[in-house]
Design a protein. Structure first.
Length: 87
């Protein structure tokens, strides 16, 4: 499937392309390693009605896993806060 997508849309058109800061592509092995490390270090939050979860996007990555049933998630985002004591 990945080969078809690359052939059909090219590297720039694939939705999950990964590049270094200089624009060069990240090797497949490195992307796979990062994915394994994410899975090995993942923490699942067993949500219950009324729960509130605050995530600092600088300290943790986050995702939503598949689920069954109804749920309603409200999201609020704030402006970037930079602590002047930490430079």
């Amino acid at each position: 499937m990945a080969e078809y997508l690359l052939t059909e849309y090219g590297p720039e058109g694939v939705p999950r392309s990964a590049f270094y800061g200089d624009g060069s592509p990240i090797e497949d092995e490195t992307v796979e390693l990062i994915g394994r490390l994410y899975e090995e270090n993942a923490v699942s939050v067993p949500w219950q009605r009324g729960d509130v979860l605050i995530v600092d996007n600088f300290l943790a990555t986050h995702a939503r896993e598949p689920f069954h049933g109804d749920r309603r998630i409200l999201v609020a985002m704030s402006d970037l806060y930079v602590n002047p004591d930490f430079r």
